[in-house]
Design a binder for this molecule. Structure first.
Ligand code: HEM
Length: 446
């Protein structure tokens, strides 16, 4: 009997032409639903159209959502010259600046990313442990023991302080104090949806000349440039292990150091990308733990014994069930076959973190908070994607997971968590999906 091989007998079907189906709502409806109810909209579209569907948004163009891990893999491992991520983040240009690793593509992106990798290498994390623990402990010790507290603002304070100290490596000083105040103001503005909608409507290039915005950025820039110039002249630069000092010692392939503009843009990128995201993830972890006494008790036992396996699983499960960012985007530079379909140039494909994490074939009972699933099976590269993937994977992923573990450990060791009211649901705050009441808990003394 002749055995048919894949080569000889399986008909190779050409990719289906054009975009996959998607909702035929009017543009205002598509926009309204995306801004007001993004996650419910994703659930609805997935139920109706499956693992690949088209969604259109004014200003943003056409997005093709993807939630099959094989197709997500195809995108994350695809040629970065043809799949642009920087272009999709252009809205951040006025704040981050044109050298930001988040906004670049092609060789310029890879060069900048290489320069920034060393401070975020897994092994370096230990250098930040002490400062992370201290910042968290000082913050937690200020909380009342018998009143409900909204965790999100508290975690924002913790993560801003940690990233400032990790980046600049200084504890106190007039410049750090001013920088902290200015950044708090700027980042506060960026988390107000109405203001952001207004700024987005101005368009990324016009925002910079909008006077209140320009003045705010100029004040921050002045402080950053002063810090960069002082640090350049520090005699012990080579011994320092803060991120700015490491970036000052980094060299381009031609041997040249990073310019002040490059440094300013990357510092801003780290401060913006590393603050709100981690605060949101921590708030969700606390909200979920407060409502799951059995899982919380397990974690308390583990923290006492000093291990970290269950804590790691709690962090993984939090980022699975409540991913801070719902999707990432890659814009097609030329027509490309994705998931068996030939998609036209100019379309953005969107590996959908939220939908991948809710697949019942990978995560049975996907709505349940069950950290044990990550003890039974390790997180998969293309099935657990809270930090995106491929050459654009979040630079601060290891930093964020480490920071979450240090902060949660300090919290669990000091306080007992009790829930307030019913479970909170994710609501949109500019880019991240945050707990609807700010993760309200009572944290009694232990
Ligand atoms: C829980 C916390 C965090 C989450 C959920 C998160 C998530 C993400 C995601 C989804 C991306 C886009 C990846 C892609 O397009 O494939 C990203 C990129 C990035 N993140 Fe994070 N992030 C977090 C914390 C941080 C921290 C702490 C830092 C820095 C200190 C950071 C720095 C960056 C940078 C620089 C990029 C751009 C990477 C590139 O384009 O090459 N993030 N992050």
């Amino acid at each position: 009997m002749e055995v048919a091989t894949a080569d000889s007998a399986t008909p190779v079907s050409p990719p289906a032409g054009g975009l996959p189906p998607g909702p035929d709502w009017s543009l205002p409806t598509l926009t309204w639903r995306w801004w007001r109810r993004p996650l419910q909209t994703l659930d609805q579209c997935q139920a109706r159209y499956g693992d690949m569907f088209t969604y259109r948004l004014p200003h943003e163009g056409t997005w093709v959502f993807v939630s099959d891990p094989e197709v997500v893999k195809q995108i994350f491992t695809g040629d970065p010259r043809l799949l642009h991520a920087g272009a999709a983040n252009i809205v951040l240009l006025p704040v981050l600046g044109e050298h930001s690793v988040l906004l670049l593509d092609e060789p310029a992106h890879m060069q900048q990313r290489k320069l920034m990798l060393p401070p975020f290498h897994g092994k370096r994390m230990q250098a930040y442990r002490e400062v992370m623990g201290r910042v968290a402990a000082e913050e937690i010790d200020r909380w009342p023991a018998d009143a409900a507290i909204r965790m999100r603002p508290r975690m924002q304070a913790v993560t801003l302080e940690i990233i400032l100290r990790a980046v600049f490596g200084v504890e106190e000083g007039e410049r750090l104090t001013r920088l902290r105040d200015e950044l708090r103001r700027a980042l506060g503005l960026l988390s107000q949806r109405r203001r952001v909608i207004f700024l987005v409507a101005l368009g990324p290039r016009r925002i910079r000349s909008f006077p209140p915005f320009r003045r705010m950025i100029e004040r921050i820039d002045q402080l950053l440039y002063e810090e960069i110039s002082t640090r350049r002249g520090t005699p012990d630069l080579a011994e320092r292990d803060d991120i700015l000092s490491l970036l000052l010692q980094a060299r381009h392939e031609d041997g040249s150091p990073m310019s002040d503009r490059e440094l300013r843009d990357e510092l801003m990128t780290l401060l913006v990308a590393g603050h709100e995201t981690t605060a949101t993830a921590l708030s969700w972890a606390i909200e979920l733990l407060s409502r799951h006494p059995a899982e919380l008790a397990k974690l308390e036992d583990e923290v006492e014994s000093g291990d970290g396996e269950y804590l790691d699983a709690v962090i993984k499960e939090t980022l699975r069930l409540r991913p801070v960012i719902a999707l990432v985007l890659r814009k097609l530079v030329e027509p490309m076959e994705i998931g068996g379909r030939l998609l036209p140039a100019g379309v953005s494909v969107a590996p959908c973190i939220y939908l991948v994490h809710r697949r019942p074939d990978i995560y049975p009972e996907p709505e349940r908070f069950r950290p044990e699933r990550f003890l039974e099976r390790p997180a998969g590269t293309y099935t657990w994607v809270p930090f995106g993937g491929g050459v654009r994977r979040c630079l601060g992923g290891a930093f964020a997971e480490f920071e979450m573990s240090v902060v949660l450990r300090e919290l669990i060791a000091r306080r007992r968590l009790l829930p307030v009211g019913g479970p909170e649901h994710p609501v949109r705050s500019t880019i991240t999906n945050v707990p609807s009441r700010g993760a309200e808990v009572v944290a009694t003394s232990r």
